[in-house]
Design a protein around this ligand. Sequence first.
Ligand code: ZN
Length: 160
Amino acid sequence: MITKIRLSTALMLFSVLGAARAAECERSIEANDLMQFDQRQLSVPSDCTSVTITLRHAGSEPIVVMGHDWVLAKTADVAALAEAGQRAGLTHNFQPSNDPRIIAATRVVGGGESATVRFSTADLLPGGDYTFFCTYPGHFGFMRGAFVFGASPGVARLKR
Ligand code: ZN
């Protein structure tokens, strides 16, 4: 009987921790009509096996005027991907098709719309140099931020 109670308590605790863990692996970010994201950095713990990002366009401009997407790549690939995305056009969400440099991407959304992407972190390196950005033409210079998987290099330095 005691064993049974202990087991159910343990299971309950496990499911509570599991829910907390899942929440740590989910992030939301907003974009607006002023060509801005509301966050310059998104961080998730390195034990997240998958990450869910929800992009919300809080503005009111339509896609053809002020569309936004959320794309994750290595920082070194951002400029080339933005250029290739511009050539790809809106029908391809301003993203080059099947490009392995794109780690994750939402579709392009207009004002009032949202899009969510869930992706595996299997190929991400903890502490790696990753950037999220918008591939809509002309946006990536302003709409970008650091994606921190596990401890950022700055935090690692402080701990030394
Ligand atoms: Zn944008």
